[in-house]
Structure formats: C-alpha cells, structure tokens
Design a protein around this ligand. Structure first.
Ligand code: 7PM
Length: 288
C-alpha cells in the first residue's frame, strides 16, 4: 500500500496514471487546454473526470514543460497553472493527484492543496526539493534524466545505460532516506526519453526486472514518445498502438504504474494483463 495523503494505492496490481498537462506548449496535445490562450479550468476538470471514469487511479498534473528543448518557466507561473486545478480535482474526484514538479515551493503548495504524490523528473536534486518533499510526507517518484530538458536529447551517452541508471536511482534512494524520506515512500522511474537514444530506451525496458530488484515500485511512461516514432515512423497522433505494446511489455517486466495520455486504451491493456496474471489465483473462476 502506498499512502498518498488521504488515499491509498494498492500496488498489489498495476495502475494507470493519466497525464494532464497545463502548459500551453504541451508536447503531446499542443496546449489543447488553452482554447483561448489561457488555461480553461472547466476543460481541464472535464479531462480529469473523463480519465477517472476511464480507469485512471492517479492523475499527473504538470505545469512545467519537460519536453526536449523546452524553456524553463517561473515558479509563480507553474503554481498558477497547477494549484487551482489541483484543488478542484482534490475536492471533486476520488483519485490520487500527482504533482509533476521539481520546485520545492510547488511541492509544498501542492501538498497543501491536496496532492498525494510528487513526480519529480529531477529526482529531488533541485536545492530545497529534498527537504520540501520530506516535509510534505508524500510519496515521491524519482526519475532518471541525463542532462536537462533543454539539451538532454542532443547527444545522450552511456557506457552501460542500465548500470548507470540503476546506480543513479540507488544513490537517490540513499540520499532520500538520509534526508528523511523512508523507502516505503519512494517509486523509481528510468525516465524513458530523458537523455536516451532509442537503443538506450530499449535496453532499459528489457532490463526493467533489474531495476525492480531495488524492491521499489516502478513507474514508466512511453506515451506518444519519440522512441515509438523512431521504431515505427509514426507521427504523434499515430503512436497509441506502439505505446500500448510498450506498456504491456513493461507490465510483464514488473511496472507498477503506467503514465499515459490515453487512459481508456491503457486501462484496457492493463485489464487484459491482469486477467492473465490473476487467473492462477482463481479470481476469474466465474468467467468459465
Ligand atoms: C519527451 C520526454 C517528451 C518526456 C515528453 C515527455 C515522464 C514524466 C514526462 C516519464 C515520469 C511526456 C513527457 N515523462 N514523469 N514526465 N516519467 N515520472 O510524455 O516518463 O509528457 S513529460
């Protein structure tokens, strides 16, 4: 059980995390929550409701674009995008809210506004983030990234990507534990697409069981990413089948949470995977 503020995530089975991007330049949906140049709260809330109805048990709310080449945004801007929406979702929906941020200020504010999880692509390396996360008492997803979003895809380089990502995550876990975040509160993510070539991404997916050996739940995100584009030659809006295939492979290799823009389809894939996984327990006896 992962304790996420008032809610619990039962990690004895995998979960779907729906992405709600509040940035105007979102990589995957091109700022679709900005029909008139500013964030449409009702549209964002409706997106959240739909995702929960489709089977998301976690929603990841982000206000900073981490796409390759993205420019950083100010903390105030990030807060203004994320906090009002987070408060409304917390009040209205039965779902764990993950806040996608690296900023200590946003972590603190989000925790007060009802966030149940911190998703930090910089793994609490920003000054003050470790302290803020520890103080919040929330679980944290530690993600690996090589470099920073502005330049990470320029020339990713590893001698042994699996060893290096595993070592980095292990080191971050040690730092977190020393900083007052017990391992029961930590999740790990190899960070697909974050300073990785296609070959690096494939090696990491293949070796997911090795990352799972840390004994912490794994969160993975492939949704619409360029590794699918590279493998299949598909544009953004044609990457769902590829995303689902990668999600199922990740489930098979121990992933606990799948981060996705396409909740309904991903929830179907998870349901199929669970049916096969659980048939041994007699849980499906009534199906015949
Ligand atoms: C390139 C890389 C383009 C990443 C767009 C993205 C993840 C995340 C994102 C992930 C965790 C996107 C993103 N991806 N957080 N935030 N894991 N924990 O696809 O894979 O939305 S941003």
């Amino acid at each position: 059980m992962l304790h996420c503020a008032g809610r619990c995530l039962d990690l004895s089975h995998p979960h779907v995390m729906g992405v709600i991007n509040t940035t105007p330049d979102s990589f995957s949906d091109g700022g679709s929550l900005y029909p008139f140049g500013r964030l449409d709260m009702e549209l964002a809330l409706q997106r959240a409701r739909d995702m929960v109805a489709q089977g998301a048990t976690v929603l990841d709310i982000g206000g900073e674009s981490t796409r390759p080449g993205a420019q950083p945004v100010s903390v105030d801007e990030e807060s203004q995008r994320v906090l009002p929406l987070l408060e409304r979702i917390a009040r209205e929906l039965d779902v764990v809210i993950s806040v996608d941020t690296s900023s200590p200020q946003v972590m603190c504010d989000a925790a007060r506004s009802g966030a149940g999880l911190i998703n930090d692509v910089r793994a609490l390396t920003v000054d003050g983030a470790l302290e803020a996360a520890a103080l919040s008492g929330l679980p944290v997803c530690l993600m690996h990234m090589q470099g920073d979003p502005a330049s990470m895809q320029a020339a990713p380089h590893y001698t042994d990507v699996v060893r290096e990502v595993a070592a980095y995550l292990r080191e971050r876990v040690v730092v977190c534990e020393a900083g007052g975040i017990p391992r029961e509160r930590l999740l790990l993510d190899p960070g697909f697409g974050f300073g990785k070539t296609l070959a690096h991404n494939l090696q990491l997916l293949r070796a997911l069981p090795r990352l799972a050996q840390a004994g912490l739940p794994l969160l993975v995100g492939f949704s619409r990413k360029s590794m699918i584009g590279k493998l299949l030659g598909r544009e953004l809006d044609q990457r769902l089948p590829g995303s689902l295939a990668l999600a199922v492979i990740a489930l098979e290799r121990g992933a606990a949470i799948i981060r996705t823009h396409d909740v309904a389809a991903t929830a179907d894939a998870v349901a199929i995977w669970r049916a096969v996984d659980e048939i041994v327990d007699g849980a499906l006896d009534d199906i015949v």
